[in-house]
Design a binder for this molecule. Structure first.
Ligand SMILES: C[S@@+](CC[C@H](N)C(=O)[O-])C[C@H]1O[C@@H](n2cnc3c(N)ncnc32)[C@H](O)[C@@H]1O
Length: 420
């Protein structure tokens, strides 16, 4: 785990936050807010922390949960937890007298490293799969905004200033990047039982952190226990889950420099090759076979792994005569491989499938190299656009990682071809 030391934050907002916690009997912890050169703001150990220690314990009164929100908004509405939490944050931000003000004042000011906030000139350079997901996320935020407006319209007793789409988007992204998943608490709502918990939401992510977390009914608090020890001055992390860097970028607006979950999705390239190599009828036949066997889509490569699904799709593509008599016999051989009864259909089929993979990888490598080159000069090309430096850095990293995985795969394929 990275051992970079941080610089403790001592500004007025943080002092007010600490006073608010203390005034409301928030349990003492060995965590202080600090800036780190590698991750930005996060939590630093103010003392040594042993493996097995509870690092933060958030009492029920500090949790924004379905249950606490239902006391304000009732339960007779169709809003999801995410929609309602975001609406609640907007209202708290508007309320200068709110009990939560010290916490609200410490929330991020902007989310400019999140793809959903990219300008078009940067959006154009996202990997295709992510581009589609980001545009879907943007639509989701807007439709959640409209759902909240409709809810407020039908509940005139809830007094609120007008809510602009950008206010709601800020709150929605706060929830998306900071929520916890409540376990062991009743009241599960539409969209999962998510909640906001001040203090623990200042903890950054690493895949190496080992933690246990959940709602402790004995002391009515949401607790995080670390199974990793820390020395005083080090950054304390939690683990947000097994996400690859594209998912991290989309959901949290950052990427990790080392991420064992990274992969490159090749669906788009596989279908392009199917279209190039098959007649419409042949494509339909093979598509049906893939669907029937549960092998339709999700074709990926990792640093040390070519997915079985991808090879299955390419082995099928490498079988000729999809519309000719006798193809059923060949498909039975293909099924034998899919079922794990044999390793390959025959060396010739395997060779063809691997050469197709080479061709796909070469295409993706060319695209990645072009993107890396373009992104290196994008600020000169778009002097008018103000790119967040980290947004650009993360996007370049994503392309460099893809390139690394593809280079490794090409080397593996070459080795496999040599043994056939
Ligand atoms: C739950 S918050 C953590 C606290 C946050 N850094 C803050 O200052 O409020 C999640 C956000 O922290 C940032 N983050 C978390 N882990 C990170 C990491 N390893 N490197 C860079 N940024 C990280 C991302 O912006 C993410 O959306």
């Amino acid at each position: 785990m990275d051992k970079a030391r941080g610089t403790a934050i001592h500004d007025k907002k943080y002092e007010t936050f600490i006073q608010w916690l203390q005034a409301n009997n928030f349990p003492e912890s060995k965590l202080v807010l600090a800036n780190f050169t590698n991750t930005g703001r996060g939590m630093m150990a103010s003392d040594d922390i042993q493996a097995g220690e509870v690092i933060v314990s958030v009492p029920r009164k500090f949790l924004m949960t379905n249950e606490s929100l239902s006391k304000i908004y009732g339960s007779n509405h169709a809003l999801s937890s995410h929609q309602l939490l975001a609406l609640h944050l907007v209202m708290l931000k508007q309320d200068k007298q709110s009990w939560w003000k010290a916490y609200i004042d410490l929330l991020p000011v902007h989310f400019n490293t999140m793809p959903v906030k990219y300008t078009q000139s940067l959006l154009d350079h996202l990997p295709t799969a992510l581009k589609e997901q980001v545009s879907q996320q943007k639509e989701n935020i807007y439709s959640d905004y409209l759902a909240c407006l409709a809810y407020l319209k039908s509940n005139p007793a809830i007094i609120v200033e007008s809510i602009q789409p950008e206010d709601y988007e800020w709150a929605w992204l706060c929830v998306n990047t900071r929520c916890i998943h409540m376990t062991k608490m009743e009241h599960s709502a539409k969209g999962g039982n998510i909640a906001l918990a001040p203090m623990l939401d200042f903890l950054n992510h690493t895949t190496e952190a080992k933690i246990e977390s959940g709602y402790n009914v004995r002391n009515q608090s949401f607790e995080i226990k670390t199974l990793t020890p820390y020395r005083k001055g080090e950054q304390v992390y939690i683990n947000y889950g097994p996400h690859d860097n594209l998912a991290m970028l989309k959901e949290y607006g950052f990427v990790l420099s080392q991420n064992c979950y990274n992969f490159v999705l090749l669906d788009h390239e596989v279908w392009t090759l199917y279209e190039e190599m098959e007649t419409k009828q042949g494509f339909d036949v093979k598509k049906q076979i893939l669907e029937g066997a549960g092998y339709f889509g999700d074709y990926s490569i990792k640093d040390d792994e070519i997915s079985f699904r991808l090879m299955a799709a390419l082995r099928l593509l490498a079988l000729d005569g999809a519309t000719e008599p006798g193809f059923d016999r060949k498909v039975m051989d293909w099924h034998d491989v899919v079922m794990g009864q044999t390793d390959m259909i025959d060396p010739e089929n395997e060779r063809k499938a691997l050469i197709m993979l080479q061709s796909i990888c070469n295409r993706v490598a060319r695209q990645a190299e072009e993107e890396i080159e373009t992104l290196a000069h994008i600020t000169e090309k778009h002097p008018e656009a103000e790119f967040h430096p980290f947004a650009l850095y993360f996007l370049r990293q994503v392309w460099n990682e893809s390139n690394g995985i593809i280079t490794q795969t090409l080397a593996d394929v070459k080795e496999k071809l040599a043994t056939l």
